[in-house]
Design a protein. Structure first.
Length: 199
């Protein structure tokens, strides 16, 4: 019987694993890029970051949108309202700034934060959220609600985390994806009719 100098038979399992490097077969973080494919965004949540996830906010005014929305709390839905309807919906629309954000798991999201009212006043919850969003343009942060304080506690990552990998999509494309089916352009929209007791 033929054997190698190392005592293993040719074709044996032991011989086949000799010199085998498992790390060659592991997917890398930039696998999609190396494979020559581009990830297509089809769903983008509209929400604030949850208390357990670190996020970054994209720097620059071109990556945020100050607008008016209608929020349905029970359904946890946010609707974008056409500007020509704003004057007809006092008390129902809420001024928000939508920040382009991303999680450590590379999940993009639109982070809505309430803007100051006509009197320029803002509560501590929204002021601390704006502070968090501003810090997140430079650092990975997470925020948790502090009921005793009446504001968010902001935690900055102390680890050496890499910079976020932002999608190639423009803010216009991101907003279009996020609000697909959630745009109110006429007063006959079911959400408006429901708010006014018509449904």
């Amino acid at each position: 019987m033929t054997t190698h100098l190392n005592g293993k038979e040719p074709g044996s399992d032991a011989a086949k694993t000799e010199g085998f490097d498992l790390s060659r077969f592991r997917l890398t973080q930039n696998f999609v890029e190396k494979a020559g494919v581009k990830k297509k965004l089809t769903t983008i949540p509209i929400r604030k970051p949850n208390r357990q996830e670190y996020v970054r906010v994209r720097l620059g005014s071109e990556w945020r949108l100050e607008t008016a929305v209608i929020e349905l709390k029970e359904e946890n839905e946010t609707y974008l309202v056409a500007p020509e309807l704003w004057s007809e919906l006092p008390g129902e629309i809420v001024p928000k700034v939508l920040f382009m954000a991303i999680t450590r798991q590379n999940v993009p999201l639109l982070w809505p934060i309430k803007m100051p009212g006509e009197d320029g006043r803002m509560d501590n919850w929204n002021r601390s959220a704006l502070d968090a969003a501003e810090l997140a343009t430079r650092k990975w942060i997470r925020l948790t609600a502090n009921r005793s304080l009446g504001a968010y506690d902001i935690f900055e990552s102390t680890g050496d985390l890499p910079e976020p990998e932002w999608p190639d999509d423009t803010l216009q494309e991101i907003v279009k994806i996020a609000f697909r089916g959630l745009i109110i352009e006429t007063m006959d929209h079911p959400v408006i009719r429901r708010l006014r007791g018509g449904l």
